[in-house]
Design a protein around this ligand. Structure first.
Ligand SMILES: Cc1ncc(COP(=O)(O)O)c(C=O)c1O
Length: 481
């Protein structure tokens, strides 16, 4: 494949990158004597570097590129919209693209999630959901409800509020003190289940859900606003919910008046074979947060879908409460609806909304959800071939979303210590997988895992390519330990 970049241009780009560009979550010093990886072009599930070398995009960029790269019809939708109306805010005004997209998303979403509040990213979506929960309860007479529950090792974003919800101590520590109210509950990593439920996944799920109830009771139900859960938790390496987990969580939330927020920044838009992960696992959230796949990355966009009930005080008036001898009663709505005191400049950007519509058109035209559902079994069994390697402890996930946990001793599930993990993941695996032509993620924020989340257009040939590259690189990694 030819490349438009000559040696001088490549050297100049490297120099400018090293001098001026700051990569996210990246140890910049590691590029002092090495080139920064450069991606210059994409087509379907593949991306290309400055030399024309091809890589299978096994992570869809960053869980984003659902329809794959290089779709001219989506790029043209962006160009058309930029010429017609490049920008106008959603502060007091609307534009047709935000209206049409809100209508389409509300129709796709389960239940009465009929209201869309746009943002420009996933962190902003999570931040917005927490702020909405707080203002909703304040408006409806329960101002003490501000706390949020979330699961251990779960990632929910990097802005201060979203970081307070995130369950990864290592990325929070430099920014403490964070906004108060973040409370951790166990995640659903059955591979690392406590011994007393390690043989029974349903009992494990029941225990994990009951821990949520215990946390609510410990904190005081009157102080808890919401729980944020991904349908299938990414961080830690894909933890699908055990059978019965979400129905039980829904019951607990209803019992204590806690809002269930389904953080679908990764899991929505086909990642699990459905528009929303909540559909796959049969639960009804009060809020869904989304971003990433809504545009497949052709422009940035995020948002939250909210139920009619949560919208009510913002339309029909604030609720007033009458205190009887024993309890609060007689809630009724009065006065004008409250204003949600929150917004960001680029939320629901017209170009991003037009892109999202074109992206969803591709989903429909190419039946991408059906593609995921009919191929996910083949994807799983292709990856499961890797379990014959001594370093592969478990392959887990659903849809087009998998984690491969790496272990030092398969029989005891012994994991690597910090030093081994550093040498294995940062010292070898990440670079070796990239050099071998696979973009994926070697992550040790929980136990060491490799994460895969390819574009939804992938088929058996791509599954085989991933398996073959992983097999040879993981075999070499084991030899080096
Ligand atoms: C579940 C979840 N929530 C929130 C976020 C934050 O999204 P963003 O990076 O767009 O701010 C992410 C990002 O990966 C995520 O995976």
């Amino acid at each position: 494949m030819s490349t438009p970049y000559g040696p001088d241009e490549i050297a100049a780009l490297q120099e400018k990158a090293k001098r001026h560009l700051w990569l996210h979550f990246t140890r910049m010093s590691s590029y002092a004597d090495a080139d920064i990886p450069l991606i210059v072009r994409g087509e379907g599930p593949y991306v290309y570097d400055q030399h024309g070398k091809r890589y299978l995009d096994g992570l869809a960029g960053l869980f984003v590129s659902q329809i794959g790269h290089g779709r001219t019809e989506v790029a043209e939708a962006a160009a058309r919209q930029a010429s017609e109306l490049a920008y106008f805010p959603l502060w007091s005004y609307a534009h047709p693209q935000a209206i049409e997209l809100a209508d389409r998303l509300a129709n796709l979403a389960p239940g009465d999630l009929n209201r869309v509040f746009f943002t420009s990213s996933g962190s902003e979506a999570v931040e917005s959901a927490w702020k909405l929960a707080k203002q909703y309860f304040r408006t409806t007479g329960e101002p003490a409800r501000y706390k949020v529950l979330s699961r251990s090792i779960a990632y929910h974003g990097t802005s201060m509020g979203a970081l307070a919800i995130t369950g990864l101590p290592g990325i929070k520590e430099p920014f403490e003190p964070l906004p108060p109210g973040g409370v951790r509950v166990p995640n659903t990593n059955f591979y690392r289940a406590p011994a007393f439920v390690a043989d029974d996944i349903t009992a494990f799920g029941g225990w994990a859900a009951d821990e949520i109830e215990r946390a609510i009771l410990r904190e005081g139900p009157e102080s808890v606003a919401a729980i944020f859960l991904e349908p299938c938790q990414n961080s830690g390496g894909c933890f699908p919910p055990p059978p019965g987990y979400f129905p039980r969580v829904r019951e607990i939330c209803d019992r204590y008046g806690v809002l269930l927020v389904s953080d679908e920044v990764i899991c929505a838009f086909g990642r699990l074979g459905y528009y929303f992960g909540a559909e796959r696992y049969h639960y009804q959230p009060d809020i869904i947060t989304f971003a990433k796949g809504v545009t497949s990355g052709y422009a940035p966009l995020g948002g939250m879908l909210v139920t009619d009930r949560l919208m009510e005080p913002f339309i029909r008036g604030q609720q007033s409460l009458v205190q009887s001898d024993t309890h609060l009663e007689e809630r009724h709505l009065e006065g004008p609806g409250a204003t949600f005191l929150h917004g960001v400049t680029f939320a629901g950007h017209p170009v991003s909304c037009a892109v999202a519509m074109a992206n969803l058109d591709v989903f429909e035209k190419e039946n991408l959800l059906a593609n995921v559902r009919s191929n996910e079994g083949a994807f799983r069994s292709t990856l499961e071939k890797l379990t014959d390697l001594p370093i592969v402890g478990e392959v887990r996930g659903d849809g087009y979303f998998y984690g491969i946990e790496l272990v030092k001793d398969k029989s005891t599930r012994l994991t690597f210590d910090d030093d081994e993990s550093e040498r294995l993941l940062r010292g070898f695996l990440s670079q070796a997988l990239f050099d071998a032509g696979l973009v994926c993620r070697a992550d040790d924020r929980g136990d060491p895992v490799i994460q895969l989340s390819p574009p939804l257009v992938c088929t058996q040939e791509h599954f085989d390519e991933m398996e073959q590259i992983l097999r040879s690189v993981l075999t070499e990694a084991w030899r080096r330990i």
